[in-house]
Structures are given as C-alpha cells and as structure tokens.
Ligand binder design. Structure first.
Ligand SMILES: [Mg+2]
Length: 194
C-alpha cells in the first residue's frame, strides 16, 4: 500500500509569511508588518509601481528565499511526518531558483521526498498528477480551488491575507502544531504490531 502523500506549498507555509517584509522595508523604505498585508498581492499594501516591484522581486528572489526563516515547529513536525507520509512540495517558484530552494531545505534540515517548482500559482494539475491526499497552503484561492477540484482536505495556514470564508474541507490552522493534530486525526498512523 502506498504511503499517504502530502502536497505542501513552500512560501508562507513552510517559510514564515513575514520572510519578505524586511527586504521590502529595506528597499522601498517602508515599515510593513504582517498585519498590513491584507491581500496576497503585496503591491496592494504600500504605494509602489507594480512593474517596479516585480522587477525588483525577480532580481532579489534568490536572496529572499535563501534568507527565509522556517515557520516555528515546521522542521520538527515535517521530520516526524516523513517517517509515515510522503512530502511533496509544490511551489509557484520557478526553476531559476531550484538550486537555492534545494540548498535551503538541506541547510534547514527539512525533509522532502520531492520538490516541484511549477513557476505558476496554478497548482491543481500538479496536485492531481502527484495524487496528493492533502494539501498545505497559505494562498486563499489556491486552498479553496484545490479542495474543490481534488476533494481533498486542505490546511490553510492563517495569515491576514487569506481570511476569506472557507468551505468545509478547508481547515484553517494557526501553526504547524495545529496542523499536526489535524493530520493525525485525518490520517491516523497505524502502530506496527510485532
Ligand atoms: Mg505560499
């Protein structure tokens, strides 16, 4: 029997949703905190030209990803999960940051079975292809769509930018510890009997 397989977003899910803010604040001379980010699109949070922002982002993303802190308890819980479940990271990052992404997982000591960088926020086809049994996200519309299309539980990591109404089957969690409790309920680990 194959293991239960999880599809896991990286940015804002495994990494802290605040990871970008010090870089934005330093470059654009603002003082944003997470509560200021009410929409996934960061250019809505402060006065900036969209084109200028994304140009800067493209030039800086490797630096940002390399310096991103992991969320509290992510390493501990994912390490425990890897013994029982398969961990497939599915990210909107592009292949241009593949090396820095793999380096980050190695440096952080966060386990993975597979990392897929799709270069697009549209994750449904990839989640289907890999037949994931549950998904972990911080992007509101992705969470709802993946749940509706695949009919699998999606754990939505709560942030000020994803607080829309959610259907049953999308589970809002505030921490990796809370995610762990849900997962143990949804996919109980069978104790090995000798
Ligand atoms: Mg994300």
């Amino acid at each position: 029997m194959r293991k239960i397989r999880f599809g896991i977003d990286i940015d804002g899910t495994v990494t802290c949703p605040t990871s970008l803010l010090p870089h934005i604040n330093a470059h654009f001379g603002c003082n944003l905190v997470l509560d200021d980010i009410k929409e996934y699109d960061l250019t809505k949070a402060f006065p900036v030209d969209e084109k200028e922002f994304y140009e800067w982002y493209r030039q800086t993303e490797t630096t940002i990803y390399a310096a991103s802190p992991a969320q509290e308890y992510a390493k501990m819980i994912l390490s425990e999960w890897q013994e029982h479940y398969e961990l497939y990271y599915i990210s909107a990052r592009g292949l241009n940051v593949a090396e820095c992404t793999f380096d980050w997982f190695e440096r952080q000591g966060i386990p993975y079975d597979h990392i897929e960088l799709i270069g697009s926020h549209y994750k449904i086809e990839t989640a289907k292809k890999f037949k994931v049994d549950a998904f972990f996200e911080d992007k509101y519309d992705n969470a709802v769509e993946i749940h509706e299309e695949l009919n699998i539980p999606v754990l939505l990591f709560d942030t000020p930018y994803n607080r829309g109404p959610i259907p049953e089957g999308v589970i809002r969690v505030k921490s990796w510890q809370e995610a762990d409790k849900w997962i143990k309920e949804l996919f109980p680990i069978e104790e090995k009997v000798n």
